[in-house]
Design a protein around this ligand. Structure first.
Ligand code: COA
Length: 327
């Protein structure tokens, strides 16, 4: 069974209704629309309602993907949610989602590789199905980053948003997944992290007073590492695919900063107009960024069946990865 073709059968995504603009942020912290646009490329991002959790957004995106694939949730045998903002530490958001969808035949788990999480999950689903022990996987990236954002810290609060993207992964008539290349380096963990609420610093009045339940970031160093890791991962995925960069219809990078994406394009020698950009209206949605961008481009016809794309991610850990995929 190891030579069966595996690929993405359908995608779906969901963005919450509420739009947070740069003008709104100007009223919250010492920032300007001009600074945010010039330094990040972000104009608006979506923010979930107070009563809307990660699994709620995941359920919306999942239903759309399953509907397009024409797949009954009962036929899923693997359900993975990539997230750093689970509904709660346990049960997993994947188990919460399973109940919402009625996907009771599926093994369920969350995967945390920060912003690279959806790509990691996609690679795992490919392996699981190619190996012959699973048939239909739902791979979801879903985040409510507004819940772990320090809305008093202008260095981070302008960057992030909420949303979810999903893909149904299964057997396809011709090869979908072509190559993959994942990596990590835990020595950089302290440059992008959330210190409180785990076993190191369990939630307490002191952790809350110390704002330890919000993410912390050394933006400049993260920027440099992101450019280097995403460039080499993309090049390696293309090399492993036995392709040339000019055969790739579209690059779908993690949406962290438009300047990071431009620097990656320059480094790998690809015109920036072949990079998909959603950060202007989404901000950085961590594990949900790539599946949302992919779904947008498939839905509006920018990407078509047969197109070769390279997905490339970078995130906390540090983690990174790239995959060459034919749609
Ligand atoms: N509005 C106005 N000024 C701001 C600001 C904001 N929202 N945020 C930071 N600044 C200020 C800084 O305080 C600094 O002021 P100073 O020179 O007086 O100290 C100045 O702008 C420049 O800050 P700097 O950190 O050098 O800016 P930058 O060009 O590196 O851009 C980031 C900052 C965060 C946008 C950029 O470093 C970045 O995108 N890093 C990667 C982040 C990321 O991708 N994280 C997720 C990875 S998955």
């Amino acid at each position: 069974m190891a030579d069966r073709h595996v690929g993405i059968r359908a995608t779906g995504s969901y963005l919450p209704e509420r739009v947070l603009s740069n003008a709104d942020l100007e009223r919250m912290v010492d920032t300007t629309d001009q600074w945010i646009v010039e330094r990040t490329g972000i104009r608006t991002r979506r923010i979930a309602r107070d009563d809307e959790a990660t699994s709620d957004m995941a359920a919306e995106a999942s239903r759309r993907a399953l509907g397009r694939a024409g797949l009954d949730p009962k036929d899923l045998d693997l359900l993975v949610v990539a997230t750093v903002t689970p509904d709660m530490p346990f049960p997993s958001t994947a188990c919460v989602l399973q109940e919402r969808l009625g996907a009771f035949g599926a093994a369920c788990f969350d995967l945390n590789a920060a912003c690279s999480g959806w790509l990691y999950s996609l690679d795992m689903a490919w392996g699981a199905i190619a190996g012959g022990r699973y048939r239909n996987a739902l791979v979801v990236g879903a985040e409510k980053l507004s819940a772990i954002t320090d809305w008093e810290d202008r260095n981070t609060c302008v960057l992030f948003g909420d949303g979810a993207g999903a893909a149904v992964v299964g057997e396809t008539p011709r090869p979908g997944f072509i190559s993959s290349c994942l990596g990590a380096d835990g020595r950089w963990g302290r440059l992008l992290y959330l210190p409180g609420g785990g076993s190191r610093h369990p939630a307490s009045h002191a952790t809350v007073d110390g704002r330890m339940h919000y993410m912390k970031m050394e933006g400049k160093e993260v920027f440099k590492q992101a450019v280097a890791a995403m460039s080499s991962a993309a090049e390696e995925a293309i090399r492993r695919a036995g392709m040339r960069a000019d055969e790739i219809a579209c690059f779908i990078p993690h949406q962290a900063n438009v300047r990071i994406m431009k620097a990656v394009a320059k480094r790998i020698g690809v015109p920036f107009d072949r990079f998909l950009v959603t950060i202007d209206h989404c901000g950085n949605i961590s594990a949900a960024s790539i599946p949302i961008a992919l779904d947008e481009a498939v839905s509006d016809g920018r990407l078509k069946e047969g197109d070769a794309v390279v997905l490339v991610a970078f995130g906390g850990g540090f983690t990174w990865g790239a995959m060459a995929v034919r749609l």
